[in-house]
Design a protein around this ligand. Sequence first.
Ligand SMILES: Cc1ncc(COP(=O)(O)O)c(C=O)c1O
Length: 454
Amino acid sequence: MEQHRCSCSCGASCCTGGGRQPRSLSARGTKALLPFSPYIQAMNEAKSFAWSPTNPHGYFLMATAESVLSFDLIHDKIRSCREIPPTAGLYSNFRGGQALRNALAKMMQRTFMGVEIDPSHICISSGVTAVLDLFFFATCDPGDGCLIPAPYFPAFDNDMNIRNEVAPLPVQPKDTHTYIPTVAEMDAAVDEAAKRNVRARVLLITNPGNPLGTLYPEATLKELLLWAVRREMHVLSDEIYANSKFGTSEDEFVSLEKVAQNAVEEKLLSPEMVAEFVHTAYGMSKDFGMNGFRVGCLHTKNGDLLNLWQNMGMFAAVSNDTQHALAVMLQDDTFVDFYVEENKRRLKNSYNLLTSAFTSVKLNYMPACAAMFCWLDLRSLLTECTFEAERALWKEILEDCKVLLTPGEACHYAEPGFFRVCYASMPPEHLQVACTRLTSFVEKKRRKRKLSSA
Ligand SMILES: Cc1ncc(COP(=O)(O)O)c(C=O)c1O
């Protein structure tokens, strides 16, 4: 697929899909035709010929952050919560109806945020994707930039750039053991962007991380928070995997809201600065396996943002019907607690299955404790240390092994040879087959290499 640089100020790389200029679309419409990553096309093709017990030559899709592991529990529960309230046919508050805002605030406060959440600080939209789109619309001008520690979730580029022309500014951590960025690296990224006339206006953190499945230590969050807010830079913490910490780790999950509250109590930041610049995103797609329901929210105390959502929220509102069913489900604390624990148990089981397979063929990976990813190190299989070689290996895994992975290049990681593996998009019995394919591929490749070097 042909690659070129975007003509806007974003600096992102895009795919022309053949370079044809559609006559009937605007310049921005034309830009929106471009898939944000070349692997999206492969994903659509693989999806149409997916592996199943009755299609044993099909593909395994391990490049999508979806979980099927606990949907049986959600399915039964949501059916029991679905009824059509008499007001469902009317417009409702475009920042989200009161019942779902109450239920989300209570669930988030109880299960992961650790601070009191006022439902009037919650804005609901159709998924975190829509939340990010509106957030960038509201806080940035075209040509502004957003700092993001790399590697990061590939679709962030689209979320900030496709409508709002905000430039992603990947920050490459030098510490490749923890991948934790330092403020010196942040400073360097800000200076680098400034040389291109790009003003870094937002710092976007994902905790737990995609694609690493790890947590930020509280001390790092505090350091980054103080660094950004004192510069009057917005900090947005995407905590969409906050209820998916399944493994043991040195660090506990700590929400940015809690870190900010502590900073106010320690008089390191004023409550006004925190209200203006600190925000958290959460959604139902990941921890609850409800990608298709399209529900996400922003927690913010910024009055202007809250007012803006009241107006702009209409473009990506969630249907009253879905809001009602979710509110009923989330108000049931006993169900939520049981579900979250059971889902973590299932995530852990699948993660262990995958990593045992990798260990059995001596493949290195970054140990994860949360979310639904494994960051796999396949540098030893590259023919040379280049992204061209990474692309060739990705293609070989897709064609020979019929497994679709996310290449590290798409996650904006600077060193070639790493791949994100999504392991929750299939039940454990299917994952077992995918693992056998991957490990056989690795062994075959090593044997071939040995023969050719003999
Ligand atoms: C870190 C992160 N943020 C946001 C999203 C998008 O979620 P949603 O389905 O709520 O739009 C994803 C999906 O993979 C994600 O991994």
